[in-house]
Design a protein around this ligand. Structure first.
Ligand code: TRP
Length: 334
């Protein structure tokens, strides 16, 4: 085990942030930074693998930074930046692309899902997405990468790419990163339909808690959340099939930072008439301070850009030795 843990993680800069983004990813980053040296970045180069409106992309990047900092990502502890500002990502990605057999990419299930029926119309970048992702972590000699279920295959590929590059060049250019199995990211579902993920594109605004919702709106949305007439059970197993109830328990547990079983221990036998107001109070108490900081910072583009520029500079310095070694390993003169 390496004495020093270095974790690298990226997030796509989606706009209209909501509770699902916060509890699903952002909150875990805030915790991670106390356990490890962390590099966190906005995967803007990944975002352009599909069509993006340029003005929206830039705005989404800045919004995500505001949200991350508001939620507790501390730029004194961690390095926070956007990928495009550290050219080493793109440079290494090209070297790795030239070293990755197409057959390996053909096996990636996410490409199959994202490209859908129109594979021939998908960009070459979307196909190569996992190779850029490999570059993201290999460039920093990451020891750990937090991976959800959907990213496991991409981390395996990064390890295969690193092994092949080291072997082909008879060097030890890259360290093989390990998966970081932290808390499983909460999977937050729509408040109107327990089978659909909470999403910025759901036409019903009642289906999600937006990062910008005021206290009354948060409370109202939980009050109107879909549930069933049964009281809350003693055990998690008894929640099976009660998707809406399960979701609300999951949200409560994630917000309070306790186990779902602990939530049930407190509310078993009670109905939603008791549970929903408690959940609404908890949500407001946790989210209101984040929302207020978010809105304040969001208006300060100069401050956000300063954070990103500083982060990119620090990241670029850490990337340089590996980038130089990779060029050298391939015999490229520079
Ligand atoms: N593909 C990741 C996602 O969609 C984002 C990402 C890009 C990433 N590069 C990464 C995550 C490197 C971890 C490490 O969520």
């Amino acid at each position: 085990m390496a004495a020093k843990m270095r974790t690298v993680s990226g997030i796509q800069p989606t706009g209209n942030l909501h509770l699902g983004n916060y509890l699903g990813a952002i909150k875990n980053w805030v915790k991670l930074q106390d356990e490890s040296e962390c590099l966190f970045f906005l995967a803007d180069l990944h975002a352009i693998t599909v069509h993006n409106d340029p003005a929206e992309l830039a705005a989404n990047c800045r919004d995500m930074v505001a949200a991350l900092v508001a939620a507790g990502v501390d730029t004194k502890k961690s390095i926070l930046f956007n990928q495009a500002r550290v050219p080493a990502h793109a440079e290494l990605a090209w070297m790795l692309i030239c070293n990755t057999p197409m057959g390996w990419l053909d096996r990636m299930t996410q490409f199959k899902e994202k490209s859908g029926k129109h594979k021939q119309r998908a960009s070459l970048g979307l196909y190569g997405y996992p190779v850029l992702q490999a570059a993201d972590v290999l460039i920093y000699q990451a020891t750990h990468v937090p991976v959800g279920e959907d990213q496991k295959q991409h981390l395996e590929l990064a390890r295969d790419i690193a092994t092949k590059f080291n072997g082909d060049s008879s060097t030890e250019t890259f360290r093989l990163p390990e998966p970081y199995i932290g808390e499983t990211a909460a999977r937050i579902m729509s408040l109107r339909d327990g089978k659909a993920k909470m999403s910025k594109s759901d036409p019903s605004d009642l289906s999600r808690i937006n990062m910008t919702d005021d206290d009354d709106t948060i409370a109202k949305k939980f009050r109107k959340a879909r549930t069933d007439p049964e009281p809350l059970p003693q055990t998690l197993e008894e929640l099976d099939g009660r998707t809406e109830a399960k979701n609300l328990i999951g949200i409560y547990a994630a917000l309070a930072d306790i186990e779902e079983t602990a939530v049930l221990a407190e509310y078993a036998g009670k109905g939603f008439g008791d549970f929903k107001p408690a959940l609404a109070d908890l949500a407001v108490s946790k989210l209101a301070p984040i929302r207020d900081r978010y809105e304040e910072l969001r208006d300060d583009v100069t401050a956000i850009d300063a954070i990103l520029i500083d982060g990119a500079q620090r990241a670029g310095q850490l990337a340089k030795p590996t980038l130089d070694s990779a060029y050298q390993a391939l015999g490229l003169l520079r």
